[in-house]
Design a protein around this ligand. Structure first.
Ligand SMILES: Cc1cc2nc3c(=O)[nH]c(=O)nc-3n(C[C@H](O)[C@H](O)[C@H](O)COP(=O)(O)OP(=O)(O)OC[C@H]3O[C@@H](n4cnc5c(N)ncnc54)[C@H](O)[C@@H]3O)c2cc1C
Length: 389
């Protein structure tokens, strides 16, 4: 009997799993890959496009470079998952049957019910978003003057917000654009939940780049030209970018699975409350004991291999593997600079310093992205992309 294996999403989780499934599955299985775009986006470098749209060439990898000839690729939007009938529902095409499905649809932006925020802000969850922010920043710079600079406000100082602020600062310097950049965070520190050393190092880099940081005051309302805070003075904006949170995809709303805010609960073997549905990456809350795996590219990339192997094991009625997320450290860019923290190179070797910046951090950031591009596509493509990373 032929088993239909379907992978949803072409991010780190989906593309990584497709690569592994193509080598793991035997002739009795048929692989279908569904995504709403026909490329893999190196999302964790998408902020570079805000400074320079040409970078998009280097961080989008056509699915043909990833999918084997035997893999059927369907470009369509997933609108639902019917676990009783075992079908994936699509916006345009015919429903796709599955025996096993891997949910790897990533996340969408959370607005936490803050009045006006969704209507008056741009966000960064894909290539089109990055291009839209670029256009908005260019337009705002055109209309501004040195005496009356355009106000660019970024809400949320996590990975996306910090790196977005850094790129806009770099754009301002390269084009001598009259821009004032503000990074706004509800919690006490930027890069919340991370080590104080990297928080401070990032704060220093952002301040050196002329980004004004506002912390410890949540946004309570957004209008088309101003945001209001719980305590502080309102802040006017010409461009508002919101990167302050993620939630699960609407497409999973009606799926009969255990979920938290549309992110699917999965065990450490990636199986969900339905044994034929596996979930990884940002669209899953993967059990790792005390707290779930973080919603990062690093975690999605690590998980993809094991999830693919477990689907193959499920088909063969073999016991599933348990995955343990390994934190290999963090590298965050602020324009052309970067800070690394807690980096654990191969073979368990410890570095003499926990937090470092300069050329080593900058090159490490490039090397991580290049390594992923080489893994998912080819060393040639990674080499070509290197200057953009
Ligand atoms: C600007 C930015 C910087 C970041 N920096 C870092 C970093 O430095 N380090 C790090 O580890 N992480 C970083 N992250 C987080 C990281 O990018 C995510 O955690 C990672 O992309 C999650 O991978 P994923 O495969 O689960 O989801 P995604 O990469 O988001 O992929 C989801 C896929 O599903 C597709 N899709 C979505 N909805 C549908 C639908 N309804 N139908 C069909 N297809 C659909 C999408 O097109 C996409 O192909 C950053 C994120 C951003 C936005």
């Amino acid at each position: 009997m032929t088993e239909n294996v379907v992978v949803l999403g072409a991010g780190y989780a989906g593309a990584g799993a497709v690569k592994t499934l193509q080598s793991e599955l035997d002739d009795n299985a048929r692989l279908t890959w569904i995504a709403d775009v026909d490329y893999h986006l190196v999302l964790h470098e998408s902020h570079r496009v805000i400074r320079d749209p040409d970078v998009q060439e280097d961080i989008t990898i056509p699915v043909e470079e990833i999918a084997a000839p035997s893999t059927r690729f369907v470009e369509d939007e997933v609108t639902g998952l019917d676990t009783d009938e075992r079908v994936v529902e699509l916006a345009d095409g015919e429903d796709v049957d599955y025996d096993y499905v891997l949910v790897a649809l990533g996340s969408q932006t959370a607005y936490y019910g803050i009045p006006g925020l969704e209507d008056h802000s741009l966000t960064l969850k894909g290539l089109d978003d990055a291009l839209e922010i670029h256009e908005a920043v260019v337009e705002a710079s055109r209309e501004a003057t040195r005496g009356d600079p355009a106000q660019i406000v970024i809400g949320g100082a996590g990975l996306s917000g910090i790196q977005t602020a850094g790129e806009i600062a770099e754009f301002r310097d390269n084009h001598r654009a009259p821009l004032e950049i503000h990074l706004v965070e509800a919690l006490e520190e930027i890069f919340p939940g991370n080590d104080p050393e990297i928080q401070q190092a990032l704060r220093d880099l952002l301040q050196d780049a002329g980004v004004q940081i506002h912390t410890d005051d949540p946004i309570t309302e957004a209008n088309d030209d101003v945001i209001h805070f719980d305590e502080g003075e309102p802040l006017s904006h010409d461009v508002l970018v919101w990167t302050g949170g993620i939630t699960g995809q609407d497409a999973l709303e009606t799926a009969d699975l255990e979920k938290e805010h549309n992110r699917v609960n999965a065990g450490a073997n990636f199986q969900t409350s339905n044994e034929r549905v596996f979930a990884i990456g940002d669209s899953a809350v993967v059990d790792q004991g005390d707290r779930p795996a973080p919603p990062t590219a690093q975690a999605a990339w690590q998980a993809a291999d094991v999830a693919a192997e477990n689907i193959n094991r499920a088909i063969q009625n073999r016991p599933l593997k348990t995955w343990e997320h390994k934190d290999k450290g963090t590298v965050v860019s602020v324009g052309d600079k970067a800070v690394a923290h807690g980096v654990k190179p191969a073979f368990g070797l410890a570095l003499p310093v926990d937090t470092f910046g300069g050329v080593p951090a900058k090159n490490l950031k490039k090397a991580i992205a290049a390594r992923w591009i080489a893994d998912v596509s080819s060393a040639n493509r990674a080499r070509k992309a290197w200057p953009s990373l």
